[in-house]
Design a protein around this ligand. Structure first.
Ligand code: HEC
Length: 178
């Protein structure tokens, strides 16, 4: 009796927890939030919500993640999502997607993939969860697309960039298992 009741209560709590983030993201649906970096962790920048963000100087110098994300995007995502995040007939423009998608949701789709079958369509967003060439650079790809989505970065390859810090190099090696 007691265990059944507590089970029901646990269920109700779980439901509330599942619903809570939904209403939050509905409120912030119109944009990613303020991209201003408030934290610099060895060359990686974070906004006030803790999400990775870009840091582009007035002279056009981009942070390492933006530059790396540009390269990784064009190696792994471009083939379906078009050059510079602009979309294709097959897959959506990610510079538009990021206007309504927060960091967590972005990660979720890239890790798990998504299938949109029906109505004559058979479009598949592959799951990249086991692909180290994507997973080890997921924040970089996100940061790059965020800058593109905010119009903080144009379509060209970033000409000037910050140096890759030793910590970024070490983290990358550890992730790739080198
Ligand atoms: C084989 C083609 C293909 C590749 C490669 C690919 N995607 Fe996709 N992606 C798609 C398709 C198709 C969709 C739309 C799926 C749907 O309609 O639900 C999609 C959807 C998405 C979405 C959700 C967009 C939205 O508006 O809901 C994100 C985010 C995304 N992809 C990110 C990426 C990233 C990042 C990469 C590179 C690491 C990548 N994709 C590589 C085909 C691809």
């Amino acid at each position: 009796m007691f265990s059944k009741l507590s089970l029901m209560r646990t269920g109700a709590v779980a439901l509330c927890m599942a619903l809570a983030p939904l209403s939050v993201s509905a409120q912030t649906l119109s944009k990613q939030g303020d991209p201003t970096p408030v934290k610099d962790e060895d060359g990686k920048y974070f906004d006030k919500s803790g999400a990775p963000t870009y840091n582009i100087k007035p002279d056009g110098t981009v942070d390492w993640a933006t530059y790396s994300g540009y390269r990784r995007y064009h190696a792994e995502c471009h083939v379906c999502h078009g050059p510079d995040g602009m979309g294709s007939t097959y897959a959506p423009a990610l510079i538009d997607s990021l206007k309504t998608m927060d960091y967590d949701h972005f990660q979720e789709v890239v890790v798990g993939g998504r299938q949109n079958v029906g109505g004559g369509n058979e479009k598949v967003m592959p799951s990249f969860g086991l692909n180290k060439n994507v997973m080890c650079y997921l924040d970089d790809i996100y940061v790059y697309l965020r800058a593109r989505s905010d119009d903080a970065l144009g379509r060209a390859r970033p000409a000037k960039r910050e140096d890759k810090t030793p910590v970024i190099t070490a983290t990358e090696k550890a992730c790739l298992g080198e």
